[in-house]
Write a protein that binds this ligand. Structure first.
Ligand code: ADP
Ligand code: MG
Length: 347
C-alpha cells in the first residue's frame, strides 16, 4: 500500500526553509550586514566567536526599528521594504523577502537591541522560532541596531557537525566584509573575532574607491590596478554600465579575486569570472590570476534577483552580450598595458 501523505508541522517547514536561507554563519553575516546597509548605516561592526557558531554580532548606526514593529520583526515574511509583487522590479534595497531574521530565529537564538532617532532609550528583545520571547525591555542604546545571533544551528545536529569539522567560517566572513567595504566606500566596516582588540578588516570611510581597496586589500594591490569603464548605452534595447578596477601585468596572485556587484548586490557570476580569467591567461605571459572589482548597473527589469533564496546568483537579460563587451574592454586594457610594459623593458 502507498504511504500516507501528511502535512508537515509548520515548525518543521520553517526550520527547513530557514536552513536554506541561512546555510552557514557567513550567510547570516551577509544578511545582517545587508540589513544594516539598507537601514542607511554609516558604520557597521561585526564580531564573531567560533567562526560564527557561538556568536555573530552586527551593530550599526542606521535608522533603527520602531518599538511597535518589534513583535512581528522576526516573523516570516515581515518586511518594511516590499509590499506589492511589482515592487520587485524596481526594488533598491538588498532585502525584500522578510525572511532573513525569521530564519535566524529558527536555527539560532536572536537578540535585537535598537533605538530610533529622538528616543531617550532603546529596547532589547529576544526571539525564538519567529516569536518574541518577552516584551521589549527598555535599555540604554546608542544610535541604530545591534543584532546578536547565538548558537547557530543548535537544533540542526548534522549541519553543526559539518561546520565544526570544516575549517571555520571566519575567513569567509572577513572576505564578505572586505567585498562590501570596497563597494560601499562611505560606510566604515570593521570585523573582528570576539575578544580580539585588533580588527581584521577596518575599512574606514572614504570618498575614493582606491583608498577603500587600499584599506582592505593593501597598498601593493592598489599599485597594480587600472580603472576600467564599459557602457553600452547606444543600443536601444539594452543599457548597461560597468565601472571597476582590474589588475595590470605587474600584479601577481595565485587566486583570482573577483568582487562583483550588480545593481549594488554582491553576486557571483561564474561565466563572467571564467571569461575574465581566460582573457588574462591569453594575454599576459606570466600566469598570474587577476584582481577584479566590477560594479555593473542594468535596468532593474533586466535582473531577476529572485531566483535563489540567498540571492547570490542573479540572472541577467543578455548575459552573453554583456560578458562579451566586458571581455573586449579588459582585453584592450591589458593589450595596452602589456605593450607599454614590453616597451619600457626594451627601452
Ligand atoms: P528584509 O531585509 O528582506 O526586509 P529581514 O528579515 O532581513 O527582511 O528584516 C526584516 C525587517 O526588519 C526589515 O525589512 C527592516 O525593516 C528591519 N530590520 C532588520 N535589520 C535592521 C537593521 N539593522 N536596522 C533597521 N531595521 C532593520
Ligand atoms: Mg534583510
Amino acid at each position: 500500500a502507498p504511504p500516507r501523505i501528511r502535512r508537515l508541522e509548520e515548525s518543521v517547514v520553517n526550520r527547513i526553509a530557514a536552513g536554506e536561507v541561512i546555510q552557514r554563519p557567513s550567510s547570516a553575516v551577509k544578511e545582517l550586514v545587508e540589513n544594516s546597509i539598507d537601514a542607511g548605516a554609516s558604520t557597521v561592526s561585526v564580531t564573531v566567536k567560533d567562526g560564527g557558531l557561538k556568536l555573530i554580532q552586527v551593530s550599526d548606526d542606521g535608522h533603527g526599528i520602531r518599538c511597535e514593529d518589534l513583535p512581528i520583526l522576526c516573523e516570516r515574511h515581515t518586511t518594511s521594504k516590499l509590499s506589492a509583487y511589482e515592487d520587485l522590479q524596481t526594488i533598491k534595497s538588498m532585502g525584500f523577502r522578510g525572511e532573513a531574521l525569521a530564519s535566524m530565529t529558527y536555527v539560532g537564538h536572536v537578540t535585537v537591541t535598537t533605538i530610533t532617532e529622538g528616543q531617550l532609550h532603546g529596547y532589547r528583545v529576544s526571539y525564538r522560532d519567529g516569536v518574541m520571547e518577552n516584551d521589549p525591555k527598555p535599555c540604554a542604546a546608542v544610535k541604530g541596531t545591534q543584532v546578536m545571533v547565538e548558537n547557530l544551528f543548535y537544533n540542526m545536529v548534522a549541519r553543526r557537525k559539518t561546520l565544526q569539522n570544516s575549517n571555520d567560517d571566519y575567513p569567509k566572513i572577513v572576505d564578505f566584509i572586505s567585498r562590501f567595504a570596497v563597494h560601499h566606500i562611505n560606510v566604515n566596516f570593521s570585523c573582528r573575532k570576539h575578544g580580539a582588540n585588533r580588527a581584521d578588516v577596518h575599512s574606514g570611510s572614504t570618498s575614493s574607491r582606491l583608498d577603500a581597496i587600499r584599506n582592505v586589500y593593501g597598498a601593493s594591490v592598489v599599485r597594480d590596478l587600472m580603472e576600467i569603464q564599459v557602457s553600452d548605452e547606444n543600443a536601444v534595447d539594452e543599457i548597461f554600465k560597468m565601472d571597476g578596477f582590474i589588475s595590470n601585468a605587474n600584479y601577481v596572485a595565485k587566486k583570482t579575486t573577483m568582487i562583483l556587484f550588480i545593481n549594488d548586490r554582491l553576486v557571483d557570476c561564474t561565466s563572467l569570472k571564467r571569461a575574465t580569467e581566460f582573457v588574462y591567461s591569453a594575454i599576459l605571459p606570466q600566469a598570474s590570476k587577476p584582481f577584479i572589482y566590477m560594479s555593473i548597473n542594468l535596468p532593474p527589469e533586466h535582473v531577476d534577483v529572485n531566483i535563489h533564496p540567498t540571492k547570490k546568483e542573479v540572472s541577467l537579460l543578455n548575459q552573453e552580450r554583456i560578458i562579451e563587451k566586458i571581455k573586449d574592454a579588459i582585453e584592450e586594457k591589458l593589450m595596452n598595458c602589456n605593450n607599454t610594459r614590453i616597451f619600457q623593458t626594451q627601452a
